[in-house]
Write a protein that binds this ligand. Structure first.
Ligand code: CP
Ligand code: NVA
Length: 312
């Protein structure tokens, strides 16, 4: 059976505050119900019993792939992983035809794609919910896990100051999308040529978000409650030399962390490039919550899958 109007999960900016809160609350609640359980044990209520998810990967993944597969398993459903190059997409079958076919075979599709536009085209042609598993524009699943981690470690995110140091691309953009809905302050510092897209910042600010964008890393991190960074060279980037020259002032080492609030958390979506955007001392230190953050991908995505399939 297909959902008449599929509930796609494409960007946090498309969700209402209530929907975002419901997803986060479900993620926290479901995590609490299975503390210390074996990881492949199915949740008592098996809410997605009989459901199947297809995952299409145009780019590499460790966390997104494993967390979605385990998420479906824990919810009582099944996941099928497709490398884009192994499918007929890799031989030129259109995104739209692929979406029509998969809509007849599975209940939801997660896509990690080079182009956000391709995910939008897929969703437009799909009769089943489509989930953005990272594009050039955004990474909404990651930010749900980040917010969940902040709430676990530091309580309500409203009013907190989050400092983003580094590339203003996909992960940063999803923080921009969440800022107004969850009422946190976002302080972004990037090299001018790697700043976030102005239209995303402008739209968030127009909706009431408290966001600043600049080039001064110390100004952005001053007094922050949470410090976040990401790789300097994302998948698909071809200007590695320029990036390696531009980003060192945004590296998060102990001296940089000392400008944040005393108990500030450190987050990173991973994979980390130790010695580049983050030092060993910070990522392995007491302020780092990166392993909880990675685990929370499972719990957050379970709630996303349930929301997409009308169970929330
Ligand atoms: N953070 C994240 O999305 O990791 P993967 O690229 O391993 O999926
Ligand atoms: N910005 C990174 C995130 C990886 C999870 C990339 O796009 O490669």
């Amino acid at each position: 059976m297909t959902t008449p109007t599929p509930r796609h999960f494409l960007d946090l900016s498309a969700l209402s505050r209530e929907e975002l809160r419901a997803i986060l609350d479900e993620a926290h609640a479901r995590k609490a119900l299975r503390l210390d359980w074996p990881k492949a044990k199915i949740d008592e209520d098996a809410p997605l019993d009989g459901h199947a998810l297809a995952m299409i990967f145009e780019k590499n993944s460790t966390r997104t792939r494993v967390s979605f597969e385990i998420a479906m398993l824990q919810l009582g459903g099944r996941a099928i992983v497709l490398g884009a190059k192994d499918t007929q997409l890799g031989r030129g079958e259109t995104v739209e035809d692929t979406a029509r076919v998969l809509s007849r075979m599975v209940d939801a599709v997660m896509i990690r794609a080079n182009s956000h536009d391709d995910v939008l085209r897929f969703a437009e042609a799909s009769d089943v919910p489509v989930i953005n598993g990272l594009t050039d524009l955004s990474h909404p699943c990651q930010i749900l896990a980040d917010i969940m981690t902040i709430e676990e470690r530091a309580g309500d995110i409203a009013g907190k100051t989050i400092a983003w140091l580094g590339d203003g691309n996909n992960v940063c953009t999803s923080f921009i999308h969440a800022a107004e809905k969850l009422e946190f302050k976002l302080r972004i510092a990037s090299p001018a040529s790697y700043a976030p897209r102005t239209q995303e910042v402008a739209a968030a600010k127009a909706a009431g978000a408290d966001i600043s964008v600049g080039t001064d890393s110390k100004a952005a991190i001053a007094g922050a409650d949470v410090v976040v960074t990401d790789t300097w060279v994302s998948m698909g980037d071809t200007d590695k030399d320029e990036r390696m020259a531009a980003f060192p002032p945004y590296a998060v080492g102990e001296a940089m962390m000392a400008h944040a609030s005393k108990d500030a958390l450190f987050l990173h979506c991973l994979p980390a490039h130790r010695g580049e955007e983050v030092s060993d001392a910070v990522i392995d230190g007491p302020q780092s919550a990166v392993w909880d953050e990675a685990e929370n991908r499972i719990h957050a995505q379970k709630a996303v899958l349930m929301w997409c399939l009308g169970k929330l």
